[in-house]
Design a protein. Sequence first.
Length: 57
Amino acid sequence: MLFKIIILILAILLLVCLLKMSYGFYEMIRFLTLIGFGILAYQAINLIAIQPINNSI
């Protein structure tokens, strides 16, 4: 569930970047997306570690 919330928040923030905003706003977005994508990567790594890949074809 947290996965979908983070993706939704990041999508909205990145769409707002299409508007004309101040430079500080874009720096804040860079920092927030760094944190958001870091959390998503961490969750993906843990998901793979919990569910091993079955390579027996």
